[in-house]
Write a protein that binds this ligand. Structure first.
Ligand SMILES: [Zn+2]
Length: 231
């Protein structure tokens, strides 16, 4: 049924402006305004220019290329061209999703607005979902987080905005190149090297990067990311 509804929407687009995105006809206006604003933010990001060399790390170079807003814009456009809304499985923690059977689509759930997330966090979620739109990489499936899944203080690790315990949930990654890894690399690069960002944006990026880091499984992976990102 979900597929049928989605297919019907294919013929009912309004052409958007930001990033050449097309929106489903039922796309709510406030959500559209927010998404366009978030994409504009993404496309306007710029790196510190104190170094002669672009500050993008080797992992960042492998996934995106140099750290520029234009790089992110092209990278996102190559993976996402249509936006719709969906309950994304109805889970209370999910803000956005993609479906392998609907290439180039991104779907936002009501939580995208409801969670009142900082803009750089929303932008990182768009990056995360765009990474899933790579069928040539099996859409980078998540790994299940361990049971128990606790931090160094023995506290259960929860979703930063949803507050939901992540143990046993498919919300972790065992490769730096997957969706969470890509999101982390994006966030850490902004936290460390964004010229166009305010201190608040860089602090938000750092907070979300620290949270995303917890989802990376295994010491070798964590060490590789720490070395790459100088984290
Ligand atoms: Zn994901």
């Amino acid at each position: 049924m979900k597929l049928l509804v989605s297919c019907l929407m294919l013929n009912l687009f309004f052409l958007g402006t930001a990033f050449g995105l097309e929106f489903s006809a039922q796309f709510p206006a406030p959500l559209k305004t927010q998404l366009e604003d978030d994409l504009q933010f993404l496309g306007a990001l710029s790196a510190e220019t104190s170094d002669s060399k672009n500050p993008a790390s080797p992992f960042h170079q492998e996934i995106f290329g140099d750290f520029t807003g234009e790089t992110y814009r092209r990278w996102f456009e190559n993976r996402v061209q249509k936006a719709g809304t969906d309950s994304c499985g109805g889970q209370s923690s999910v803000t956005a999703c993609v479906f392998g059977i609907m290439p180039k689509w991104i779907y936002l759930s009501p939580n995208y607005l409801k969670f009142s997330m900082p803009q750089v966090v929303r932008a990182s979620i768009l990056i995360h979902e765009a990474r899933h739109n790579e069928p040539e990489n099996r859409n980078w499936p998540h790994e299940k987080c361990p049971i128990p899944f606790q931090d160094e203080n023995g506290e259960d690790i929860k979703g930063l905005f949803s507050g939901i315990r992540l143990e046993g949930v498919a919300a972790c990654d065992q490769t730096a190149l997957g969706s969470y890894g890509t999101q982390l690399i994006f966030l850490a690069t902004i936290a460390n090297h964004c010229q166009s960002c305010t201190e608040k944006v860089r602090a938000d990026a750092r907070m979300m990067a620290d949270d995303t880091f917890k989802r990376m499984l295994g010491s070798p992976l964590k060490s590789a990311l720490k070395a790459d990102l100088k984290w």
